[in-house]
Design a protein around this ligand. Structure first.
Ligand code: GTP
Ligand code: MG
Length: 295
């Protein structure tokens, strides 16, 4: 069986998915900073560091911020524990969260409020007003769950969500109640992805559209990762014999178990790639993380 791409050499195009609306979105984020009390930077808990964005981070400047590591329900709890220790040492406020967890979201709001109040006490004690509205801007890479978080906080479908990067293209204010206002913003990619590996991680979590690296490259990378990480869910779901098999054998195994066959019994790999991408992103192939905290 011959695959088009060598998965260890993904397309260079991975490095520069930076459509025009993102530069504009970054400019508009900076323009709105003075209107908000705090910036929530949403990342993906499966890629805690590489789903951050230095350009966004630096753009936010001294404004109080809180890093939300969302989609915790899709990430490996043991590795999340390691990342939590690492973030603790960095001294930046952070919160690993599954945004569909109501209690966790309530705690998130009170964390944000405490940060804002501490900042007001330290910088502008004369402006302390316990009735002041909490205005939060939500920023982050595409598809990290910004709009979903807003809908969860507002308890309504105030902004459109979709499992595809680049859904939100314009800013939108959403009023939660008399006390909280949220600003949804379009996802912004880093202008450059520094390591090839990061491009693959961000493609796997669908922060980068599949047509940039190609479905085959991303799906093959995911299969390789799940075999290496010994994901029991992956093995059992596709009835694979062991983790010690080649990627090609794994793909053929998936094709057989899902009936993805062309004429003469040849595997229909294009369908297999789609299955791997869709089921991995729903968490059906096991909870996982890409990469470990820096030493
Ligand atoms: N499993 C899981 N899925 C989530 C979570 N948060 C968001 N999602 C899903 O992630 C996908 C993307 O969500 P959006 O809210 O549209 O993401 P976004 O960051 O606004 O994306 P852009 O507007 O493209 O920048 C949707 O399919 C959501 O249902 C979470 O905590 N867990
Ligand atoms: Mg959105």
């Amino acid at each position: 069986m011959k695959r088009q791409n060598d998965p260890s050499a993904p397309s260079k195009a991975l490095y520069n998915w930076y459509p025009g609306h993102m530069a504009k979105a970054l400019r508009e984020i900076k323009q709105k900073l003075k209107m908000v009390d705090i910036v929530l930077e949403i990342r993906d808990a499966r890629v805690p560091l590489a789903s951050g964005n230095r350009a966004l981070y630096e753009g936010i400047g001294q404004k109080p911020k809180l890093i939300f590591l969302n989609k915790m329900n899709l990430s490996d709890p043991e590795i999340v524990a390691k990342w939590s220790e690492w973030f603790e040492k960095q001294g930046e406020p952070f919160y690993f969260v599954d945004c569909f967890d109501k209690a966790a979201m309530k705690k998130a709001i009170s964390m944000a409020r405490n940060i804002v109040e501490k900042n007001r006490r330290e910088c502008n004690p004369e402006l302390m007003d316990s009735k002041a509205k909490l205005k939060m801007m939500i920023v982050g890479l595409p598809n990290t769950g910004k709009s979903t978080i807003i809908n969860q906080l507002a308890n309504k479908n105030a902004t459109k969500v979709a499992d595809k990067p680049g859904q939100t293209q314009i800013q939108q204010w959403i009023s939660v109640d008399d006390h909280i206002e949220l600003l949804d913003t379009p996802g912004v990619m880093p202008p450059m992805i520094e390591r090839e590996e990061h491009g693959l991680w961000l493609s796997a979590i669908h922060a980068i559209p599949d047509d940039i690296a190609g479905e085959e490259t991303v799906a093959v990378f995911i299969v390789k990762h799940l075999l290496a990480r010994k994901s029991q869910e992956f093995l059992e779901r596709f009835k694979l014999e062991s983790f010690d098999i080649s990627i090609d054998d794994a793909l053929i195994g998936i094709a057989k178990v899902r009936g993805c066959l062309r004429q003469k019994g040849l595997p229909d790999l294009d369908r297999v790639y789609k299955i791997v991408l869709a089921e991995f992103r729903k968490g059906e192939l096991g909870k996982t993380c890409f990469g470990l905290p820096p030493k």
